[in-house]
Structures are given as structure tokens and as C-alpha cells.
Design a protein around this ligand. Structure first.
Ligand code: ZN
Length: 461
């Protein structure tokens, strides 16, 4: 048996051998260098802007921050951006995003060819970045190829922490089948939603393990389950708890063996409490939670990844429909949830959960600004940057972008926004990114610059 094995090895060696000329590796190009001068920094952690400062970015990292001028190597290709006293802050992070599902209608998401769906999502990804969101955590949808293309520089878009398909039970939130598609045979052909990778059904601990591990194989940085009923699913009353404790534990074990964590969609106290008992590290939504659940979240140090849903979100659902009624119930709980989050000092993450609406996706920054109903501008910005990045870090070695995100500090990844004005005084600046984000940098690369490089541009007040 040895000879054939050797033959195979030789064949592979031949396949990967490079021509002699290609082996003479050229010196790598010098990393891009950008110097921001005269900027006041919101660092993603504190509540104040810094004194006028200088920030040097080399390659994809923040190399130096100084209150005094930083000399630049004039022989290097240094882009100098004179901030004119404007605010430099970390790129925004949306912890509940669906990169593939943000724009198409539900019918299109189910019926269209996956290639077309990805092309639509790629345009939305560029728009997302140009709204100042340099990172998103994708909590359901086949975003792996989109992520890869962005990471390879084929198109402009945010960093994506993908969950892949969200895992649900038969009849749960994410089971989008029509009644004529029942019964499903265990081991039978996949449903349409499973084929496209939007959601996947699991009805036993073993099936949960299989589906979770499939997403990890595909590159998931965390696993998403739906632990209770949902708004947009046809067979899923809000009050139900779906996965059993044993099933939830199977997912947690599979994720933790892989060095990462499980986050669950859960609105109700029952769904939240069962998930916490099973070792889940993050609750998505929580809009119908009560005091007991809030206390439990606090005691266990669990993250609450909740969203300030706007009323218009209901417009995508037919008036008078069961889905619309469920949305209104969830909407009513939003205020209570933020009050409980503040009362019990919960580790709270910001996200939007925009689905099926380009118009709503355009309001991503406005949704962030709407948190000012409950928080100071500094708290709002910290939540969408430094705080969110701490939840991202739970992905451990499955974090696709090792390095610090969501902060402006030496050594951190260079995802930066230059804001025309002071968002700590006027949070609504983030609601109009086209006008107010005059520079957008991701991974050290300038994707937008409305200032003349090297010129002096007095800030508008
Ligand atoms: Zn969602």
C-alpha cells in the first residue's frame, strides 16, 4: 500500500510546486501609513473626548497616539488627515445583524437564487460600511461567502462574525415551512431554508450537535439558537419555549468544545431562564423579560444583546396579521427591557436586527441614536463600540479578526471614524453618516475621505 500513498504525495507536491521565477518573492509592499492630526478622541471606553491628539496608523493597526506631533517618515507614503479638531472614534459595531437578510423581502430570500441573494447582500454590505459600521455580528444567514469576499478585499464591507444558519426546532422561530411540507423525515431531504443556509431544524440533542458542528465547520464564530417563539415565523407563538434543556446543553457543549459560545433568540422569562441554566452566554432580544430574569442575567454575567425596535419595523408585516400582533407585543416590552438592563447594570450590547427592508437598513445609525431615550450619548457610543467588542471577544480563538476592536488605543485594529462635530454632545450626528462621518477607515484602509489629504479643513459647528 505504500507505493500508491507515495504517488499521491508526489502528485500533490507537483501540483503545489511553483515555477522558479515565482519563488523569487518580491519584498512585500510597505504598509499604508495614515496620520490623523488635531483630532479629539472618543476611545470607546470613557465618557470624555481627549485633548487635541495625533494618531498614527500603520498597516491595519493603530501604532501610536500622542498629544504632541508625531514625526512621519516623509519617504513613506503617509496620508496626512488634518482633523481640524473633529472627533475620532472607533468604527461602530452592530451585534444583531443579518447581512444576507437585511435587504430582500422574505419571499425573495426564500425564492431567489442564492447567487443573486449574495450579490444583493454585497451591495448592502458596502452601504453598511459606509454608514460607519465596520463590524457586524451576523446572527442568522449564509454570510460565509460574503465575509470571505470582504476579507479578501473583493468588495468593501464590514468585518463579519458569522453564526451561519440559526438552529431551530420543528415549529420554532426559523422553521419557515408551509404546512404541506410536513411531515419531515429525520434524515430526509433538507428544507428550502436549510438549502440556502438561513436556518436549520434540529429536534434532538444529537441533531442539535450535528447542526451546530456543521456551522462551526463552515466558519461560524458563534452558534445561534432560537430558544423561544419569534415574530416573523408563521408557526411560532411568542410564549413558547422550544429547545429542551438537554438540547440547549448539547449546543453549548459543541460550541464550548470549539472554544466559542451559544447565543439564543429569547423574548420570554421562561426561554431566557432555561437558556441561562444550560450555559448560554448571550440572550438576543429579551423584550418580554421580567425582574427575575434580569436578576439571573446579572448574577450569571450573561450578555443581553437587545435592540431599540422602531414602530416602523412593523410595516413589513401585514396589518391585522398574527405576525403584526406579535411585533406590537414585543415593541411594548422594549422600554421595560432597557429599564431593567439599566436597573440591574446588565452587560448590554447594541444591535438593530434589521430584516427585509433596505429603508430600515439605511436607518441603522438612527436606531443607534434612538438609544438616547435611555442612555447618555457617551453610554450609547460606548455600547456600540467598546462594550460590543467585549461580547465579540467571547468567540475566543474562533474570532476571525484577532486584535482589539471597538477602541482607539495603541495596538488596536484601525477601524476609525472621523466625525464632523462632537457626538458626545449631539448623538444625532451618527444618524446621518453620509454627512457627518467625513472619514471612514476599516482595517487601516481609508474607505471614505471627504477632507483634502494634508489640507486644513475647519470643522462645521
Ligand atoms: Zn435577528
Amino acid at each position: 500500500m505504500k507505493a500508491p500513498v507515495l504517488f499521491v504525495h508526489m502528485a500533490f507536491a507537483a501540483l503545489f510546486a511553483l515555477p522558479a521565477a515565482a519563488q523569487q518573492v518580491a519584498a512585500p509592499p510597505a504598509p499604508a501609513v495614515t496620520l490623523f492630526q488635531n483630532v479629539r478622541i472618543f476611545d470607546g471606553k470613557g465618557a470624555q473626548l481627549s485633548a487635541p491628539s495625533f494618531v498614527l496608523v500603520r498597516g491595519n493597526r493603530i501604532e501610536r497616539i500622542s498629544a504632541t506631533p508625531i514625526p512621519t517618515d516623509r519617504s513613506a507614503d503617509t496620508v496626512v488627515i488634518d482633523g481640524g479638531g473633529r472627533t475620532l472614534m472607533p468604527g461602530l459595531i452592530d451585534m444583531h445583524w443579518h447581512a444576507i437578510l437585511a435587504r430582500p423581502t422574505p419571499a425573495a430570500a426564500m425564492a431567489d437564487d442564492v447567487g443573486y441573494t449574495n450579490l444583493v447582500a454585497s451591495v448592502e454590505a458596502t452601504d453598511t460600511l459606509m454608514r460607519g459600521f465596520t463590524t457586524v455580528r451576523d446572527v442568522g444567514g449564509p454570510a460565509f461567502s460574503l465575509k470571505r469576499a470582504i476579507d479578501e478585499g473583493l468588495l468593501a464591507g464590514p468585518r463579519i462574525f458569522p453564526s451561519g444558519a440559526m438552529i431551530t426546532v420543528t415549529s420554532g422561530h426559523g422553521d419557515f415551512r408551509q404546512s404541506f411540507e410536513v411531515p419531515r423525515t429525520v434524515g430526509g431531504p433538507p428544507t428550502r431554508s436549510e438549502v440556502v443556509g438561513g436556518s436549520t431544524i434540529a429536534d434532538s440533542p444529537d441533531e442539535v450537535r450535528l447542526r451546530a458542528r456543521e456551522q462551526l465547520l463552515l466558519g461560524a464564530s458563534q452558534i445561534k439558537l432560537t430558544a423561544g417563539g419569534g415574530v416573523a415565523s408563521p408557526h411560532s407563538p411568542l410564549d413558547v419555549s422550544t429547545f429542551t434543556a438537554e438540547e440547549l446543553r448539547a449546543a453549548v457543549e459543541a460550541a464550548e468544545n470549539w472554544g466559542t459560545y451559544v447565543t439564543v433568540h429569547a423574548y420570554t422569562p421562561a426561554a431566557i431562564q432555561r437558556a441561562i441554566a444550560a450555559g448560554v452566554k448571550c440572550i438576543e432580544h429579551g423584550h418580554l423579560m421580567d425582574e427575575t430574569s434580569a436578576k439571573l442575567i446579572a448574577e450569571h454575567g450573561i450578555w443581553l444583546s437587545t435592540q431599540p425596535f422602531p414602530e416602523e419595523m412593523g410595516d413589513a408585516l401585514p396589518p391585522g396579521s398574527e405576525e403584526r400582533r406579535k411585533f406590537e407585543q414585543v415593541l411594548k416590552g422594549t422600554d421595560t427591557t432597557y429599564r431593567l438592563a439599566k436597573k440591574y447594570k446588565l452587560k448590554t450590547a447594541f444591535g438593530t436586527d434589521v430584516l427585509f427592508s433596505q429603508a430600515l437598513a439605511r436607518r441603522q445609525g438612527a436606531l443607534l441614536a434612538s438609544l438616547a431615550q435611555w442612555y447618555t450619548p457617551a453610554e450609547v457610543l460606548k455600547m456600540a463600540t467598546g462594550d460590543n467588542s467585549q461580547l465579540l471577544a467571547l468567540s475566543g480563538l474562533r474570532n476571525p479578526y484577532p486584535g482589539k476592536l471597538g477602541v482607539v488605543e495603541e495596538g488596536a485594529l484601525a477601524d476609525l471614524l472621523l466625525v464632523d462635530g462632537n457626538p458626545l454632545q449631539n448623538i444625532n450626528l451618527v444618524a446621518d453618516p453620509a454627512k457627518n462621518f467625513v472619514v471612514i477607515m476599516k482595517d487601516g484602509k481609508v474607505h471614505k475621505n471627504l477632507l483634502n489629504a494634508g489640507g486644513s479643513n475647519p470643522p462645521a459647528q
